[in-house]
Design a protein around this ligand. Sequence first.
Ligand code: HEM
Length: 145
Amino acid sequence: MKDLLGLLAVWSIGLSGLSLLWGVWFIRRGKREAHHRAMLLATALAALFLVFYLAKWGLYGTTAYGGPEAWRGAYYFVLLTHTLLAALNGPLALYVIYRALRGEFALHKRWAKVLVPIWLYVALTGWVIYLVLKRYGVEPGGISF
Ligand code: HEM
């Protein structure tokens, strides 16, 4: 169950990032309706990620880093920036969608350009953390492979 939740979480955040890229691609070609749908899909997938991630965290707790010491600082830097930016991503996404739904596209575009790189960073580092912990994660009771 723990592995399944981890897998569902990492796939939903990865697909959310892909859907975000599609959304940008669509709007650059003037396809507003497709942009609208792709971005709402990206948001729904990011919300699913949160559900799976919180379920895993609530049921099984966190996994510590047990890899090479030389990488520890880099790993915690990625983990910290991922967590902080993920927390910022949610409210910022709601704000950007709200502006679009009200037809305030100048504000929508301005903040969307801040949001998109943050979202992609969170999606990419989500995978990095998942893969690092799969290889070097230490469970409370021992080492996990
Ligand atoms: C989290 C969700 C969303 C994100 C991240 C997002 C992102 C973006 C970005 C980056 C642009 C500017 C593209 C460029 O000029 O290079 C843009 C433009 C636009 N978005 Fe969104 N968008 C989102 C949701 C929506 C929704 C729900 C709608 C529809 C209600 C929408 C409608 C538009 C429109 C009409 C434009 C073009 C505005 C213009 O050129 O004046 N977006 N969006």
